[in-house]
Design a protein around this ligand. Structure first.
Ligand code: PLP
Length: 353
């Protein structure tokens, strides 16, 4: 039985959330399923409002001029939506991985993009530092956690221009001063809920500054004015995201989960560093607390190791095809016990080899 899910996604959620979600599919409102009630009915409008307000509350952005939206099209749609809403002349992008690279390519369709720094030539195994952000650009874009390469920005720059951040793979996992950011977006499917909803948190006063016409579905202002209900929202994904945010709030919020996430990360990285059979992929100072990437020093041990972790009920440990090796994704819902189980297998391999 697969007991420990280290998969990079989609959708790693606490059991209690899964149970409530399953129940809502069967009976949400007086015998009707969440999937069949009108999205304009009070029970669902309440869900949407709760989800939007919980997102701002958890990020400590209430009353600070921000609006939270749950949109469709994944984080990938945000790559172009950010550009459509914000890009007038030129924007600066920090290129720290495949997803940053994709964000740059999409924005380039609309206007000029300048890479303020890139770690591409080093296989994205570190986060560039000490770069300048030109003051006369429209915005600066970065990716907080590089899901594929296992690097994470630890210190964000004090940007002189609006700062936009793709937080798809580490949203709600660590405390940050979220008011440093003007737009935050994150696909739901790692720390929030099923694929299909994307959280977008926008500081309203950065909008309305571009001269182009923006199609309604791509326009943040339209979605804000319609309470994130411009068209039919992804009701199930929003509901489950709301349940996960409630779970996180009850746990003690981001502060509490960050402590847990740090324990998990310390455990796996100390095994990677102490066990001579393994080698970390990312440079130590930029290691992600969400996705730990590592390789075997001796590829001949691959078959044995793979059989051992599978036998231990571990799922989803293979690295992304562009990096190879292994990736232990440790999203909020993964328990410390699961990391202990993996570390036990890694130590056992050392004893055997
Ligand atoms: N950004 C990051 C950091 C990601 O990890 C991913 C997917 O894993 C994406 C963007 C793309 O998200 P989506 O599949 O929701 O478009």
């Amino acid at each position: 039985m697969k007991k420990h899910n280290f998969s990079a996604g989609p959708c790693i959620l606490p059991k209690s959330v899964m149970e409530k979600a399953a129940q809502a599919v069967l009976n949400f409102d007086d015998g009707l399923s969440l999937l069949e009630i009108s999205h304009r009915s009070k029970p669902f409008v309440d869900v949407m409002e709760k989800a939007r307000s919980l997102a701002l509350e958890l990020l400590d952005l209430e009353g600070k001029g921000y609006k939270a939206l749950f949109l469709q099209g994944g984080a990938s749609t945000q790559f172009l939506m950010v550009a459509l809403n914000m890009l007038e002349k030129r924007a600066g992008y920090l290129n720290t991985g495949t997803w940053s690279d994709k964000a740059i390519k999409e924005a380039q369709i609309y206007d000029d993009i300048y890479e303020v720094a890139s770690s591409k030539s080093a296989g994205y195994n570190y986060i560039p530092k000490g770069y300048d952000i030109p003051e006369d650009y429209d915005y600066f874009h970065c990716t907080s956690n590089n899901t594929i390469f296992g690097t994470q920005i630890k210190e964000f720059p004090n940007s002189p221009i609006p700062m936009v951040c793709d937080m798809s793979s580490d949203i709600f996992s660590r405390q940050l001063d979220f008011s440093k950011f003007d737009i935050i977006y994150a696909g739901a499917q790692k720390n929030m809920g099923p694929a299909g909803a994307t959280l977008v948190v926008v500081k309203e006063d950065v909008l309305g500054k571009v001269s182009r016409k923006i199609p309604s579905m791509m326009d943040y202002k339209v979605h804000i004015n319609k309470g994130s209900m411009f068209n039919t929202p992804p009701v199930f994904a929003v509901y489950v995201s709301m349940l996960t945010m409630e779970w996180l709030k009850d746990l003690g919020g981001i502060k509490a989960i960050e402590e847990e996430n740090e324990k998990k990360a310390r455990l796996i990285y100390s095994e990677i560093d102490l066990n001579p059979l393994f080698k970390g992929y990312a440079v130590k100072e930029d290691r992600s607390i969400m996705n730990a990437t590592f390789t075997l020093e001796n590829e001949n041990l691959k078959e044995t190791f793979d059989a051992m972790w599978k036998e231990a009920g571990i799922n989803g440990l293979n690295g992304h095809r562009s990096v190879g090796g292994y990736r232990a994704s440790m999203y909020n819902a993964l328990t410390l016990d699961s990391v202990k189980a993996l570390v036990e297998v890694m130590s056992e391999l050392e004893r055997k080899a």
